[in-house]
Design a protein. Structure first.
Lengths: 254, 331
């Protein structure tokens, strides 16, 4: 269900959220999703609070509502799955428009839909206001392993090239009349993947050699992004605190 | 496969996150000397390859298409440690920059999509390599079987996580049947594409395929196979641990004490047995048709996954390939 990563989600804007340092933004995003995830499903009001909160953040970031809603379609397969839950779930039955479904299953469906939708909205807000190199920079400043962020950096840099090259291979195959419909016709697709691996690998070797010849010693200097100030951290803490407070009240009252 | 937030309980997310981080930490310690400074561009490019390969659809049947998951392919081409690391990077970036997969779901998404397919898939690959001739078709066939099995292993891993952390009242046997059934079919496509892709890499650059180093003339010769004693010891350990876990299930059947309790008529006051809520989510054991069979299946699946991933890890940590090619010298 992970098909179609055409391009990144970043939306160019000048908003407080865009200016916020990436590490603070990442911390706040994790704070909110954890709060959403621990909130009990019966506290419907808590999810409404989270939705309002994310709406306010989206407005602050000057993101068009249509953009956010369209991107939320990524969780649609899971929501379709969620609609099956009341039918396959066990437990006490209740009637909904004449069909007997599981009461607990309905709550389970609500749980998956609410948390998945809110979670993906947080991810969209993060990705739409932070360029990928900044996300990686933020991760690095939050002490993610350097090897991983560095690999991710190269991956992001070359992703478009590799994807475009695969696209050209596909165009070339189509131009020669290749229109596969069955798995046993997949050999050319697999072979192009194989040759793409060889090309990527050899490009990697060349890039490494080129970097070494220009004095690369293992780490990439941190030049671009400004570091989080106390204002950034205060904003992040404030947002997380509101979310956690909502979750705590929901936990205590339910 | 990219599960969103709220699919499993937060404690499952934390537990799987700890397992994923621990496994990656152990393997990164091994790969650090080569990866940290010198071969990052290479690993980054192959990560871009895996990412792009997941966008590349292949035909399945009557015009429908599927796409590669690539965990086992990466493990065969790059070795299990680097393969797992590369797929982890893909999964993390997909979650953070492409809003694909929940942030709190990262723990189990990494476990199911990177660690289980890479290490489990590589163990399966090694196992089949012993059964097939040492040749290009042999390598391709073993890679294909590993690719197919890795998808089924990940679906089994997800089902087991469901047993521990379901958030909706769908019984374990329903989830297990649906997940493994669907992924057995997906696995056919994954296996075919993995086999053909490995074969085509072998045709062009056999020297860069980690899993086929023994085919090239400059055979390393010092790739130490895991000794039988180590394997047997690990197997006993795994079986023991799994048995302990499964014994938690067994408490669901009335034992002596419970029998007495029922006879004496105070059983109703202790209605909730160990299954409910102690170790497993209430929901996943709600309405299981045949408890004994389901739980035996769960135990067997757990043992299979742990054995495969454990063996893959042992292989990864013990391999000492040496060659001019950078990623092969993981140490």
């Amino acid at each position: 269900m992970g098909a179609g990563h055409g391009h990144a989600l970043y939306v160019h804007e000048h908003s407080p959220l865009h200016r916020m340092a990436p590490e603070a933004k990442l911390a706040a995003a994790f704070g909110i999703v954890v709060a959403v995830a621990v909130s009990p499903r019966h506290a419907v009001w808590a999810f409404a609070c989270f939705a309002v909160m994310l709406g306010v953040i989206a407005a602050t970031a000057r993101l068009p509502a249509r953009f956010v809603l369209a991107r939320m379609a990524a969780v649609l397969p899971f929501i379709l799955f969620a609609f099956l839950i009341p039918f396959v779930a066990g437990g006490e039955r209740v009637d909904v428009v004449g069909i007997a479904v599981s009461r607990e299953g309905l709550w389970g469906m609500w749980n998956v839909i609410a948390k998945a939708t809110l979670g993906v909205t947080v991810s969209i807000l993060l990705a739409a206001t932070t360029e990928i190199p900044d996300i990686l920079r933020g991760l690095e400043r939050l002490r993610a392993p350097r090897a991983m962020t560095a690999i991710a950096g190269f991956m992001v840099r070359y992703l478009e090239i590799v994807a475009a090259e695969l696209g050209r291979m596909r165009t070339a195959m189509k131009a020669r009349g290749y229109d596969p419909r069955w798995l046993w016709q997949a050999k050319p697709v697999a072979a192009s993947l194989g040759s793409m691996f060889v090309r990527s690998y050899e490009r990697g070797e060349r890039v490494h050699a080129a970097m070494v010849s220009r004095g690369f010693t293992g780490s990439i200097p941190d030049l671009r992004t400004r570091r989080a100030t106390s204002r950034d951290w205060t904003a992040a803490a404030l947002v997380s605190a509101v979310a956690v407070a909502v979750a705590l009240v929901a936990l205590v009252t339910t | 496969m990219h599960a969103p937030d709220g699919f499993l309980t937060i404690s499952t997310a934390v537990a799987t996150g700890a397992i994923s981080a621990g496994t990656l930490g152990a393997t990164m310690r091994r790969t650090r000397s080569t990866l940290e400074d010198r071969y990052i561009p290479l690993a980054g490019l192959t990560a871009a390859f895996v990412f792009a390969a997941q966008m590349f659809n292949f035909p399945v049947a009557a015009g429908t298409t599927g796409h590669l998951l690539g965990g086992a392919l990466a493990a065969v081409l790059l070795g299990p440690s680097v393969g797992a690391l590369v797929v982890t990077v893909v999964v993390v970036v997909q979650a953070l920059a492409f809003a694909d997969g929940g942030l709190t779901a990262l723990g189990y998404n990494i476990l199911n999509m990177a660690i289980v397919p890479a290490f489990g898939g590589f163990a399966v690959y090694r196992l089949f390599r012993r059964l097939v001739p040492r040749s290009v078709p042999g390598v391709a066939a073993a890679a294909g079987l590993a690719g197919g099995t890795s998808v089924v292993l990940s679906s089994m891993a997800f089902s087991l996580e469901w047993l521990f952390g379901a958030t909706t009242p769908v019984a374990f046997d329903t989830v297990f049947g649906a997940m493994v059934g669907v992924h057995a079919i997906i696995g056919i496509g994954e296996g075919v594409i993995t086999a053909l892709a490995v074969a085509s890499v072998l045709a062009a650059r056999p020297d860069i395929v980690y899993g086929a180093q023994d085919l090239t003339p400059t055979r390393a010769g010092d790739a130490r196979p895991v000794r039988f004693r180590t394997f047997a010891l690990a197997a006993v350990l795994v079986t023991f641990v799994t048995a302990m876990v499964v014994s938690q299930f067994a408490a669901g059947d009335p034992d002596g004490l419970e029998r007495v309790a029922i006879d004496q008529g105070f059983a109703s006051s202790a209605e909730d047995h160990l299954l409910d809520g102690f170790l497993f989510a209430d929901y996943a054991t709600d309405g299981i048709d045949n408890e004994t069979v389901s739980l035996a299946v769960a135990g067997a699946a757990g043992t299979a996954i742990t054995l495969a991933v454990g063996w893959g890890l042992v292989v990864a940590l013990r391999d000492r390939p040496s060659s001019h090619s950078p990623l092969r010298s993981e140490r």
